[in-house]
Design a binder for this molecule. Structure first.
Ligand SMILES: NC(=O)c1ccc[n+]([C@@H]2O[C@H](COP(=O)([O-])OP(=O)(O)OC[C@H]3O[C@@H](n4cnc5c(N)ncnc54)[C@H](O)[C@@H]3O)[C@@H](O)[C@H]2O)c1
Length: 273
């Protein structure tokens, strides 16, 4: 039986790595960060430390100059470096050499199954996809096995997620887009078709969605909030994966991105802000 998870290391403290760290701060874990670009990280780590102190939560928060220092006593390592397969393999291999033998290595990748990374490590029974959702207050995380991940490690991963008050979305069979992103892809895809085909106004689609689901934002408002460049890239990745012409995002969306109409962040997207 592997040890309890007490120390969590985050490798890659960019946008998502920081958000994951913030989330874990609310529990009594020791948190260790490593990033090749240390800019601003000491300040960030001190803020998390103060937050823990203020809330009376134990467990230190540290930033390390080297990956080996950051993982040497870890029970769980979450990799959140950029979405490049070779880089993730290199990081997994380094972690495998430096972390204690019982430690679990997880990737936060949005699109790479851990089965494509696992060849880089010896401990193939201790790897996971743990895919956190942005915004971080979305209390759910996809969890997926590699080809040799043990049931014990999978259960341990689920227990960790429950402990940080997120619902594990269990992926039974390897699946591009995991669970919720796949549902959201289908919604986006058809909303974009309704818009492009002129079948209904975006306002009508948003109202219909809000009435039916009780959500505060409709799909077009959500896409504007996410950023239309991000939406376009994600939809293109589904298209590349499936090769199905039905998945190709509309040319009109591409043209909006090229014109710099990216949604909320440029004050113009489907709506004007
Ligand atoms: N951005 C999102 O909304 C989102 C949502 C879910 C999952 N993800 C996934 O999270 C991962 C990270 O995405 P992000 O948006 O945080 O990217 P990001 O570019 O903001 O952060 C990546 C961080 O990794 C660091 N890094 C690069 N090479 C490194 C190395 N060799 N060792 C250590 N650190 C290194 C960079 O300095 C950077 O701080 C990706 O796999 C992405 O698919 C992103």
């Amino acid at each position: 039986m592997v040890n309890e998870i007490k120390t969590v290391s985050i490798i890659g403290a960019g946008f998502l790595g920081k958000l994951i760290g913030e989330k874990i701060t609310l529990k009594n874990y020791t948190i260790r960060f490593f990033d090749v670009n240390p800019e601003g990280l000491n300040k960030f780590v001190r803020r998390l430390e103060r937050k823990k102190k203020r809330l009376g939560i134990s467990g230190e928060v540290t930033f390390h100059e080297s990956l080996s220092e950051a993982v040497k006593d870890a029970d769980l390592i979450i990799e959140a470096v950029p979405e490049k397969l070779d880089l993730k393999k290199e990081i997994f291999s380094q972690i495998d050499k430096e972390a204690p033998p019982h430690a679990i290595i997880a990737t936060n990748s949005s699109s790479i199954p851990v089965s494509k990374i696992e060849s880089a490590v010896e401990r193939k029974d201790k790897v996971l996809n743990l895919h956190f959702y942005h915004p971080m207050n979305t209390p759910m995380v996809d969890i997926q096995k590699g080809t040799k991940t043990s049931d014990t490690i999978f259960e341990k991963g689920k227990k960790f997620l429950e402990d940080i008050e997120t619902t594990p979305l269990v992926v039974n069979k390897e699946c591009f887009g995991f669970v919720f992103n796949r549902i959201w892809h289908v919604v986006k895809k058809d909303c974009l078709k309704i818009w492009e085909g002129g079948y209904a106004d975006i306002e009508t689609v948003d109202i219909a969605w809000k009435i039916f689901t009780g959500m505060g934002l409709g799909p077009f408002q959500l896409m504007d909030a996410i950023g239309l460049d991000v939406v376009y890239d994600v939809e293109m990745s589904y298209y590349k994966e499936s090769g199905n012409p039905d998945d190709e995002p509309p040319q009109t969306l591409k043209e909006m991105v090229e014109r710099g109409e990216l949604g909320l962040k440029t004050r113009k997207g489907f709506y004007k802000y």
